[in-house]
Write a protein that binds this ligand. Structure first.
Ligand code: ATP
Ligand code: MG
Length: 261
């Protein structure tokens, strides 16, 4: 059964895209089929996977506005078993254009129903805002939201607002929406601050925090510029091993938890 997760946090630069792409890469390498859905107008997941905007005639924008069928817009990536619904900057327009649409919060979920059963995992990478694109991602997330949190000063700032949005979506749009997990990112073992943040986040989300902690490493920040996932760019690096451990943990959690339906 297909597992569908949204990566969300309205705070920018916390590791949503890196986590979506890296989890996808490790699950695909483990033999599972993965669809990455990029609904961020910045299109970082798309470019991180080496898919150039220049070759794209359509994107998630056209799909969300019912101007192109999903199957025609999904592209293969360099990595076996990992497909992508790409984003382009045009998506910024969808945020506005969808406002007039009927059931505008359900567009993405409705569209993704067509791939349920065709992939093992779907990861939806959302933009750093709590606008309509993120609401669509949360509504479509049949198996929950994964929240990356940076191990930095003010890490908890804004989480209250994010949780309010998650509960609002759960109460009115997607009763299945759970917090599937919190990922601690950009951990710097040299600083006490990072350690304090880990403790603070674990106190704040007692049941949710993944054991695998993602360190701050230059390899993880370099990989996207080569259009490579960390699995191919630097497979032996500490960042790669951390994401591999995270992917294993997610699969392990799912063994003990029934899929969305
Ligand atoms: P946005 O909110 O803009 O979509 P994001 O939450 O998706 O950002 P990323 O794009 O994954 O965050 O990460 C932000 C920047 O930090 C990127 O340049 C990325 O390559 C880099 N980065 C991500 N994770 C790490 C890490 N663990 N160590 C070092 N750099 C990282
Ligand atoms: Mg991003």
């Amino acid at each position: 059964m297909t597992r569908v997760y949204a990566l969300a946090n309205q705070k920018g630069g916390v590791g949503k895209t890196t986590t979506a792409v890296s989890l996808g890469a490790y699950l695909a390498a483990a033999g599972l089929s993965v669809l990455l859905v990029d609904v961020d107008p910045q299109a970082n997941a798309t470019s991180s996977l080496g898919v150039s905007r220049k070759i794209l005639t359509h994107s998630a924008y056209d799909v969300l506005l019912d101007r192109a069928p999903l199957e025609q817009v999904i592209v293969q990536t360099k990595q076996a078993r990992m497909d992508l619904l790409p984003a382009t900057p045009a998506l910024a327009g969808a945020e506005v254009e969808l406002v007039a649409a009927d059931k505008r919060e359900y567009q993405l979920g409705r569209i993704l129903e067509r791939v349920i059963g065709r992939y093992d995992y779907v990861f939806i990478d959302s933009p750093p805002s709590l606008g309509l694109l993120t609401i669509n991602a949360l509504t479509a997330a049949r198996d929950g939201v994964i929240i990356p949190v940076q191990c930095e000063y003010l890490a908890l700032e804004g989480l209250g607002q994010l949780l309010k949005t998650v509960y609002m979506v759960r109460d009115s749009l997607n009763p299945r929406l759970i917090i599937a997990g919190v990922v601690l990112t950009m951990y710097d073992a040299r600083t006490n601050l990072s350690k304090q943040v880990v403790e603070e986040i674990r106190r704040y989300f007692p049941a949710y925090v993944f054991k695998a902690i993602i360190p701050r490493t230059v390899r993880l920040s370099e990989a996207p510029s080569y259009g490579e996932t960390i699995l191919h760019y630097a497979p032996a690096s500490v960042g790669a091993l951390a994401y591999q451990a995270l992917a294993r943990e997610l699969v392990q959690r799912n063994r003990t938890m029934p899929a969305g339906d």
